[in-house]
Design a binder for this molecule. Sequence first.
Ligand code: SF4
Length: 494
Amino acid sequence: MFKTRNSADMKKVYLKPKKDLIEKYGDRQGSFYTFYPMNGLWREDVGGNDYLNAIDQLIQQRPESPLSLYIHFPFCIKQCLFCHCMTVISSRKGDHHKFVDYMLRELDLLHRHFKSKGFKPNFKELHFGGGSPSIIPDEDFLRIWEALKPMLQPEDLSECTIEIDPRYGASIERLRFYRSLGIDRISFGVQDFDEEVGKIINRVNPEEMIEALLTDEVRQMFTSINFDLIYGLPQQTPEKFKKTVRTAIRLNPDRLAVYVIGHRPDIYKHQRAFEKYYMADSHESAIMFVDAVNEFIANGYDFIGIDHLAKSTDVLSIAKKDGTLFRNAIGYTPGRSVDIIGLGPSSMGIVGGNYFQNCYTLPTYYDAIDRGELPIIRGFESNLDDLIRREVMFDIVLVERIDKKKITAEFKIENFDKYFRNELKALKEFEQDGLVSMHEEEIRVTDVGRFFQRQICQVFDVYNRQLGYTHSREFDDGKTGLDRKVQMSVASKN
Ligand code: SF4
């Protein structure tokens, strides 16, 4: 049995990493390892036919395999200035309606393919993300819901989630509507409760607004409520962020994602508005994060990994203890399914260990659907080495332990130490700095090492070593993030 951290470990309050460690390793942050390799390296010669071939293989080899369905709704009412997401700013119902028409045609293309193979997908999770899916007009939301039914029965789902922008149309009545359909988990983009920070980032979320939505009735309706917070924002001092953390604790969500801002005004022109403001340096940001994690732990949350915390009753925390926790395009998941079907622009599919991504811009997306084609613009077909390394990295971020025997048995490699001889050499430095402990049969991430999981993963990332990428985003002009050396933030969700 794979040994995982027990709940006593997860509740431990962590010492702050020393300043020299933050300075030494802080600049080595790259991917968040939701994928390996990162999406900037996915190839434009992987398209819709490859996606269908991967689906056909899945149908032949694992027809009962649980699946997740992700639907990306790209519209937002206002541009949040920290955000890197694929968004289109429009409150026009006509735009939303037109998009839903096209997205349903994309769904139909897939559904017809499934039918031609006699395949009834075993969807266990459904996620609405964006953009701001909570601004989808009710009539369009119902159209999506009805169109899904031939493929998916809401009562068969183990989890159905939606991201909520609390500023627009997020009433109790709207939440009741979601619950009546079967949605059982909601996620609020909070970012920071501080008004000054909120004004600068064009995203004011007063605590009273969120609190008014979190009535006893709402808390009982949904099995899990998540808050997204961001640190490193303009004019956000450690003191202000501490206040936001305390407010979040008072409002008592089940889960938290605590992201660092991806500050790249060279790429995201809207971030130039931050130039005149104070912004924390990497050391101060790291301290904000560690302090926040400790404060949440002291108030009953478990540190899941990288940027997530959850109450011990939350399914993520239970999955972490049970060793079923997983990581994919949706972030940390309880691991019910490893394959994902994505719908909508920029959405990502994962089938049989291979990655696929839809095109980014709406005109490109609409053109592909008008041609009757799946709008896949790039993907990545993984080789054995990719899969081995991905498993090792996921072990680092999920269970914080690499079991050498497990990896050699699973992938039939002769000798772990030989296969990873360069990586083990590189890890010596991490061991000397107290971030990992290395043993004959396993490598363990230490308590302080939990704050450097991304840097530990990077040791095993052969593409990073060869190409020196930072992170990526995708464009529809054939250029990848690698071409542009873009650092992509995860600080982009509602
Ligand atoms: S953070 Fe969310 S609401 Fe704001 S622009 Fe990005 S996707 Fe839209």
